[in-house]
Design a protein around this ligand. Structure first.
Ligand code: ZN
Ligand code: ZN
Length: 341
């Protein structure tokens, strides 16, 4: 089978590998669609602390069950499924406290390798985070389950009201998924802070109440203008830059919430204004990854057809042309590309 390997920063290699055989409690998935993700682009450009190279990669995918292990009973060969690449162990300290996103062995069983014709899905993913794909849901949109799970996990930590004004900083795939999810959850006013005109157009098409075409640091005046001078009830940072984390705090109203969603490079630090945190009682949340509960919410939302998830897929490429998709993303072109092995 064909699989793309990341050999080192900037080095992709399409290789011919043997089709994997599943263990008794595993399945081998035939990938039907995989999606590019900002994390993959970052790994391609400068490596990833959790993915030592050479590595297979691609973590947003959906497909059909090609072979199932002898002990697997919940799916059959030929079943069309959608899934996320990790599952909790169920037995550690964090799993017992429903903080499965922090499960101590989460990363060890990360099912990377969506950029390939086949990959092995571990037992714990099959047990908790794998679902039947409805026939009506296109494959590329089914592969949005992973990023949408992260988004739903973050939103689960917040208190939302229909009359809230939310501000999303950034209109990459994650910012736009937040916009879609907030609208689907009934939040009527969602503004998007974005300077890239192409992405602003997509945000508008996806139902943004308005575009604030400024940097996060310069957006405060316009946010105050649309919130009767108070600041936003909810601010969601989706750029993964420390300076934007700091700026996000100044867009929230007293008593408001700030979700710092984008993971910054490790070792970076931020400084927060103590007045805003204490006297203005701005609440900061910094969600990481997802729990099975969030995956279920994301699944329900995707299959409900309530979100225009097709607008996030900017094009389709065969496996061998993955570098073209990365080149476009690097130029700020498009949101996500579907890779069809
Ligand atoms: Zn991703
Ligand atoms: Zn665990």
């Amino acid at each position: 089978m064909q699989a793309v390997l990341l050999l080192g920063p900037g080095q992709l290699s399409c290789q011919d590998l043997p089709i994997p055989t599943p263990g008794a409690d595993e399945i081998v998935l035939k990938v039907t669609a995989a999606l590019t993700c900002g994390t993959d682009l970052k790994a391609f450009l400068r490596g990833h602390p959790k993915w030592p190279m050479p590595t297979r990669f691609g973590h947003e995918y959906a497909g059909t069950v090609a072979v199932r292990g002898s002990q697997v009973t919940i799916v059959r060969e030929g079943d069309e499924v959608m899934l996320v690449p990790t599952g909790p162990c169920g037995g550690c300290f964090y799993c017992h406290r429903q903080q499965e996103n922090l499960c101590t062995s989460l990363m060890e069983t990360y099912a990377l390798g969506g950029y390939a014709e086949y990959l092995t899905v571990p037992a714990r993913v099959i047990r908790t985070n794998l679902f039947a794909k409805p026939a009506a849901l296109p494959w590329a949109e089914a592969a949005l389950l992973e990023p949408l799970s992260c988004v739903m996990f973050g939103l689960e930590q917040t208190v939302l009201r229909p009359d809230d004004t939310a501000v999303v900083i950034g209109a990459g795939a994650i910012g736009l998924l937040h916009l879609l999810a907030l609208r689907a959850l009934g939040v009527e006013r969602v503004y998007v802070v974005v300077r890239n005109p192409q992405r602003a157009t997509v945000a508008q098409a996806l139902g943004a109440s308005g575009i604030i075409a400024r940097s996060a640091e310069e957006a405060r005046e316009e946010v105050l203008a649309v919130t009767a001078g108070r600041g936003a009830d909810l601010v969601i940072e989706c750029t993964a830059q420390p300076r934007v984390w700091e700026a996000a705090l100044f867009l929230a109203r007293p008593g408001g919430q700030v979700v710092l969603f984008g993971g910054c490079p490790s070792g970076t630090t931020v400084a927060f204004d103590t007045y805003r945190l204490h006297y203005d009682q701005v609440r900061i949340l910094s969600p990481f990854h997802f729990t099975p509960k969030a995956v279920r919410c994301a699944y329900d939302l995707l299959v409900s057809g309530k979100i225009l998830s097709n607008k996030l897929i900017s094009g389709t490429y065969p496996l061998a042309q993955l570098p073209c998709a990365f080149a476009l993303l690097q130029q700020g072109e498009g949101i996500k590309y579907a890779i069809i092995p």
